[in-house]
Design a protein around this ligand. Sequence first.
Ligand SMILES: *Cc1c(COP(=O)(O)O)cnc(C)c1O
Length: 712
Amino acid sequence: MRPDDFVPDGSRDIETAVRLLAGHLAPGLEPLARLAYNYRWSWDPAAEALFRRIDPEHWLRCGENPVRLLQEVDPALTSALAADPGFLFDMHARALDLDAMLRDAPTAPPVAYLCAEFGIHQSLPFYAGGLGILAGDMLKQASDDRVPVVGVGLFYSQGSFHQRLDLSGYQHEYWLRTESDRLPAVPVTGPGGQLRITVDLRGQPVAARIWRVDAGVSRLYLLDTNLPENRITDRWITSRLYVGDRGMRLAQYAVLGIGGIRALRAMGIPFRAVHLNEGHAALAILERLREELPHHASAASRIGAVRASTAFTTHTPVLAGNETFDPATVRELLPRLAEDAGLSWDELLALARVDPVDTGAGFGLTPLALHGSGAANGVSRLHGEVARRMWHGIWPDRPEAAVPIAHVTNGVHQPTWMAPRWAELLDRYVPGWRTAPPGDPTWSCVDAIPDAEIWALRCELRAGLAALVRTRSVIERLGRGESVEYANSAVDSWRDDALTIGFARRIATYKRLYLVTSRPDLALEILRGDRPVQIAIAGRAHPNDEEAKHTLQSLFALNDAPGVGGRAVVFEEYDMSLARQLVQGCDLWLNLPRRPYEASGTSGMKSAANGGLQLSVLDGWWAEGYAPAYGWAIPSDSSLPEPEQDARDGLALFTLLRDQVIPLFYDRYAADIPREWVRRIKRSLAALLPQYSARRMLRDYQERAWPPQRDM
Ligand SMILES: *Cc1c(COP(=O)(O)O)cnc(C)c1O
């Protein structure tokens, strides 16, 4: 490569970091460093097993972060491994697999996928919930399918918060500094050192550097303003996800949207389209209008040019969740925003309003994204309808059904969420399942899997979760200052073979976690029943959301009711690692949103991929995914007053559990197998696996939202 061909996209920086890390290792183990700097290992069970083998305890202690593991590992251990032919064989096999994958990387210009959060793995704490995890799943699926997609987000110096519950179940949170030199992330350098881009805020340039993280053939670039040359308050812009201060929040979005496009330009990465995953990144549209200035005289033709290569996904069916800023705040923070984009302030504000002439309206990121995108979608069929109704005002002349917001239902990256043992079982009985589309005859092979094998696997995974419940609840209880006897009671009361229900989410009011405790009489009847039922709960309340914290507290109190004794457990620290173990181990997954506020929901899809059955309100993905042959539904009538909806839905929940779910689970035939339950698992797998996969989702985006790919 000639020096002038040098593309400062971080490739060399990754190589340098790999060499440095390899230098810490015993001779012969160098390929481990290469594996550690690409998150591909996180969905390659054989590669994960390698890191675990190095030092299983340390692996957990360092948050399953292989770079940190290799930095800290005892040299005596690595010398022993360097002499272990089995280890070396596996290591070389994984490294060859990664190299082959990277050689097969797509070369066409990627879609730039902008999002305020990315959930790649629990060791990279740059996600808050479902939105980020969807973005992470998207990058991994794009890698698997060799679709060129590059992620652009923010590098948070304090990441997401950590959660502790006190003796009363009240949530406290704390933040830890992101130890950037221990992450599999490197700052991108150019010919003159670390690359910088700037975004003007309050008339002054704010600098950001760019971190690169690899996930298979997909790359993620993260902007970071925590630099010595920035003023102290500007260094904090990328400190935490979704900071509370409005000006600071807008500054985050300016760095993401405007800075994100500049970063791609600075690295010389051409893109074929920009995908705005939620409105946070919408200011990218204005940066691209600025870039179009030399080519188009009129604002209308510039907007047309940008729209032709911009797609937008809205995720928020609650109006208040669609962020709006006071125009004065926008003007103060970004005084040249309109001028740079070649617009007057009135033209700019009109783009960020539902009704262009409604001068009382704020600066809305969703209207801006809708005006500036040629393709827009909600994240489930029902959410598509809701979004068309919500934003009808932007297209007042059209009938609601013709509002140009389509839907692409979310899907999950199955290799991330599915227990490897399921994948092995499917490989044996359903050849071709990984790529077979919905409705393909391949799926009828699911019927041929012996009931006993399915049931044995479900029992194994449930027991795995039980082991986690025992260790974690003892540690968490002791940490809260509970007595040793009480801590130990968790070990005795949680069973390997009891119907295990999972309920884990961010505690937003609309998710209605409180329904679980809305009928203590019915809940206790079930939890104290002869046929044992146990429930694993995990949830994070937003630090400022007192109501959510009280909900968490009341769930926590369930366990103290006489007779329940340890059949309900509330976990701290709901992250991707805990989520994976819950969706794999639970027999039944609950979701109780207030219809239609759950745009899609994805944790149920993860559960279904592990043979979990669903009991959920007919909202989001379940409104289209449900069938009586394999699941349970709470219809929920949103025309009723909310307290009445809650009363009805709470009753429906416990009635379904008592009359249908529990009997079916305990209705055992030969060999102690619940045949009807297993039949439902099979139907659920055949129907839901292909439909709610990230592979199907990615295909939909390619076909419906992104301009055609041109290979170079
Ligand atoms: C999947 C997931 C979510 C999103 O789940 P929903 O069903 O949309 O609530 C949130 N947090 C974590 C850690 C997850 O893994």
